[in-house]
Structure formats: C-alpha cells, structure tokens
Design a protein around this ligand. Structure first.
Ligand code: 0L1
Ligand code: MG
Length: 264
C-alpha cells in the first residue's frame, strides 16, 4: 500500500478524527485538505487512532469488515471493502436502550458476527480457514456513524474514521458455523414494526466468512493478525437504515434468532 502523508500529517488527522468521534461533531472529509491521501494513509490514521484509544485503557475486542455488500457499496459510492477496529467501549447489551447522544447521523446494519477460537493470519487467508478457526457465529446489529458532514466521504476518509464504527450489539442464539449454511442465511430488519430491508448473507462477498478472510489479509498488510477470542463483524448484509431517538429496531436472522434495540 502506498503512503503519501508524513508522520506529522497522520497525527494531525488522527487528532481531528478523534475530536469528531469523541465530541460528536461533523468534519469535512479529510481529502479536502489532503487530496493526494491514499487508502494506506487512511489506515495509518486509523492505526494511530487505535493506539491512542488503547493507550487510554480501551480494550481491543475485535474488528469489523465494512462496505462488503453491493447494496452498501452502491449506497456509499465506493467499490472496495474496508476494515476497522472494535473496542469494549463500543459494545452495548442486547435489548438495551441505546443513546444516540454524541452520534452525528447513526445508521444500523445487520451483520453476522464471528467469534474466533484460533489465531488467524494472512496473507492468503481463505473463507475455509476462517470457518475452521471459528468457535461460533451470532447475529449482530452494528450502529455506524460517519463523522463527515452530510455523509459526504470517500474511502480514504472512511478508513481514517475507523470505517464509521460507533457501537455494536450481539445477541440471538450463538451457533457453530459448521451447523449452518451461512451464505443462504436470510435476514430481515424491522424499524418500528415495519419491514425495512431483507437479504441473504451471501450478499456479503458471496459468504460472510470471505469477508472475514479479506479482513485478516488486510490486517496482514497492516502488520497485524487476528488473535483467538476476537469478535468480527463481517459486514452489513443490506444497506444501512438511519435511526433517531424513539426508534425500535429488530434484526431477525434465520437460524440465529433476533436482536432488538431501542434508541433514546
Ligand atoms: O460498516 C460499514 O459498512 C462501514 C460503512 C462505512 C461507510 C458508512 O458510514 O456508511
Ligand atoms: Mg457494518
């Protein structure tokens, strides 16, 4: 991956993104000031952000694959998936009231979450490697929140903003991946009792395990691997749905049960 930003610019952008994430204020996309910024620069900013949060006592619990379905790519106008990190501070319990305070324009996505039982590393990690290393899968809702004004962004800026990661909720019935046909698993998302979107998990790069393999291979490019015990969100199966206080969202997953949350 080719870098164009120097160390000083990376720190500057990291501080800008961190301010937007922690204060909940929208900022212009980073490429407006740095038009030559590359996706590798975006990951350098994201890495600096991860180190900053971990140094403050946040715990890394896993990773997320993003922009992995055609529906999401079309919705956001990009053509390459991305990854981001997940910390303990982003986790919320199932069935809980989730405050949107501090979020700029939250949206929800239903995703299959993988919990790994063995270390995984790239390059060349495959969906079969992921399935062999997975302890169980569970249904999840990811609450994303792009920090860019008017949701106007490009892949370089999104990657720097940790793939719009904000909060996530796991729930339903954890199942062994080997007992399921994960590609044809159906998902329906309801908001306030009305069906909003539905799709099969194959919408995620053909199979959600392929998205996790892609994530492991990007981690390799970043000099990282995926330790056993990680939680991985494999990517939104449908496009993301905007939410506001008062909304009640239920994601119903075939064979995995459902996850419900309410926004306050
Ligand atoms: O989880 C994701 O698919 C990441 C989406 C990044 C862009 C957005 O904010 O929708
Ligand atoms: Mg997502």
């Amino acid at each position: 991956m080719t870098r164009s930003l120097n160390a000083e610019a990376v720190i500057r952008l990291c501080e800008r993104v961190e301010g937007a994430q922690t204060r909940g204020n929208a900022i212009p996309r980073l490429t407006e000031e740095y038009p030559g910024m590359t996706i590798a620069d975006g990951y350098a900013v994201q890495t600096a952000l991860r180190h900053r949060y971990l140094a403050r006592g946040h715990r890394l619990v896993g990773w997320k694959a993003g922009l992995t379905s055609k529906a999401k790519m079309i919705q956001m106008g990009v053509d390459v998936p991305s990854i981001g990190f997940l910390t303990d501070r982003m986790a919320r319990p199932e069935g809980s009231d989730i405050s949107v305070k501090g979020l700029i324009h939250p949206r929800v996505e239903c995703e299959v979450a993988f919990v790994t039982g063995r270390d995984l590393s790239g390059p060349g990690c495959t969906a079969a490697d992921v399935l062999a290393a997975t302890d169980f899968v569970l249904p999840a809702i990811e609450i994303i929140d792009s920090r860019f004004s008017g949701f106007k962004f490009d892949l370089e800026s999104v990657v720097a903003d940790n793939g719009s990661a904000a909060l996530f909720v796991g729930g339903g019935r954890p199942r062994r991946a080997a007992d399921l046909d994960l590609a044809s698993l159906g998902v329906v998302m309801e908001k306030n009792g009305e069906m909003m979107v539905f799709a099969a998990a194959a919408a995620v790069l053909g199979h959600p395990a392929a998205a996790v393999a892609m994530l492991v291979n990007i981690l390799h490019d970043l000099g990282e691997s995926l330790p056993a015990g990680s939680l991985v969100l494999s990517g939104g199966i449908t496009e993301a749905i905007p939410v506001k206080p008062g909304d009640h969202v239920t994601a119903r997953f075939q064979a995995l049960g459902s996850v419900s949350i309410r926004f306050v």
